[in-house]
Design a protein around this ligand. Structure first.
Ligand SMILES: Cc1ncc(COP(=O)(O)O)c(C=O)c1O
Length: 360
């Protein structure tokens, strides 16, 4: 067996120790004589496991008692509709920060249900920064403020939260569990699992309880936070294997020292890569303004785009996979989520240096 360093933006690398543990348990889980995929979600073994997974996530993020934690399906994309449906009762419009591709998608879906005020918009400048708060226009009568704290494609991360008395709704798909946050600063936090939590198919929603229970009468029941909260996220069959695997990742993260420890590791990984790019005499560049550079998704552009295909071919042969940048940005992108060890980043930097020496 030879495992590569996987820089995929998502579905993304999972901790190897977790996968090994899952392999051990695959045929027989928890003494039940079957795989976890083959048992009822309503049986005691799974219910207990699921509750422990939730508790571990609560511990990792110090989630206050007055927040519900939901384990849902439909991806982060489903939340683009669920948010205006659940929180629309607070007002007739909502403020959205348009700081990247995913924010744009969230806006397009929200507009089907609520009037959207663009609090800021960096689409004309290729999403390379988060505008200073002085440049934002928040409305007095909005129901909530939606942000995408880390835009996965352009690699743009918020360094602060907007000051507002409205609930902040944050799409944390590509940053959750990578850094310490104060959950109480948010009304809703949501994330597709397939980057820092587990496999695709699971979506985590953390929602303040006063925002639950105001869903439109005729709205789709499975998007109603109160329906899912009242049923412990089991109104219908939950994605049991993804939930199980997320629980394993939470246990692994605790063993790494929790979110504060992984944040330090993430800072070390991202700094090493950005420092190398910045010192490469323009052979590689990162276009994002320094204070908004993402710790999770690091795009880098080769000055000579004619070398892109060769870079990808050779890096792939060197065991460094999925480095192709998103088509809207071009160049390369290294996604270095929690599960990417520092060794992977060092291997990438070594490769980049060799490639530069050969082609610079
Ligand atoms: C920031 C962000 N939001 C939303 C999505 C969409 O997530 P999903 O595919 O789970 O709907 C992604 C996917 O990469 C993402 O990076």
């Amino acid at each position: 067996m030879s495992r590569i360093f996987n820089f995929s933006a998502g579905p993304a690398a999972l901790p190897e120790a977790v996968l090994a543990n899952v392999r051990e348990e695959l045929l027989e889980w928890n003494g039940v004589g079957a795989s976890v995929m083959e048992v009822s979600h309503r049986g005691k073994p799974f219910m207990e496991y699921a509750a422990q997974a939730e508790q571990d996530l609560r511990d990792l993020l110090s989630i206050p008692e007055n927040y519900k934690v939901l384990f849902l399906q439909g991806g982060a994309t489903m939340q683009f509709s669920a948010i205006p449906l659940n929180l629309g009762f607070l007002g007739s419009k909502a403020d959205y920060a348009h700081t990247g591709h995913w924010g744009k998608k969230a806006i397009a879906d929200a507009e089907r249900f609520i009037e959207v005020n663009l609090a800021c918009d960096t689409s004309a400048s290729a999403y390379q920064h988060v505008p200073h708060e002085d440049e934002w226009s928040l409305s007095d009568d909005s129901a909530y403020v939606h942000i995408t704290p880390n835009e996965t494609i352009a690699g743009v991360e918020f360094a602060w939260l907007p000051k507002t008395d409205k609930p902040i709704c944050a799409d944390m798909s590509s940053t959750i569990l990578s850094r310490e946050i104060n959950v109480a600063d948010y009304g809703v936090i949501y994330a597709g699992a397939q980057k820092n939590i587990g496999p695709a198919g699971l979506t985590i929603v953390i929602v303040r309880d006063d925002l639950v229970g105001h869903f439109p009468e005729n709205g789709p029941r499975l998007l109603d936070y109160s329906v899912m909260a009242d049923s412990d996220s089991m109104n219908n069959t939950p994605p049991t294997f993804a939930w199980y695997l997320a629980g394993k990742v939470f246990t692994w993260l605790k063993a790494q020292g929790g979110v504060s420890a992984i944040e330090q590791a993430n800072i070390a990984k991202a700094s090493a890569l950005y420092d190398y790019v910045d010192a490469s005499d323009g052979f590689y560049t990162n276009p994002v303004s320094k204070e908004n550079r993402s710790r999770m998704n690091v795009p880098f552009i080769l000055a000579n785009s004619g070398l892109d295909a060769l870079f990808l071919e050779q890096s792939h042969k060197a065991g460094l996979h999925a480095l192709k940048g998103h088509r809207s940005v071009g160049g390369m992108r290294a996604s270095i989520y929690n599960a990417m060890p520092i060794e992977g980043v060092h291997a990438l930097i070594d490769f980049m240096q060799t490639f530069k020496t050969q082609h610079g």
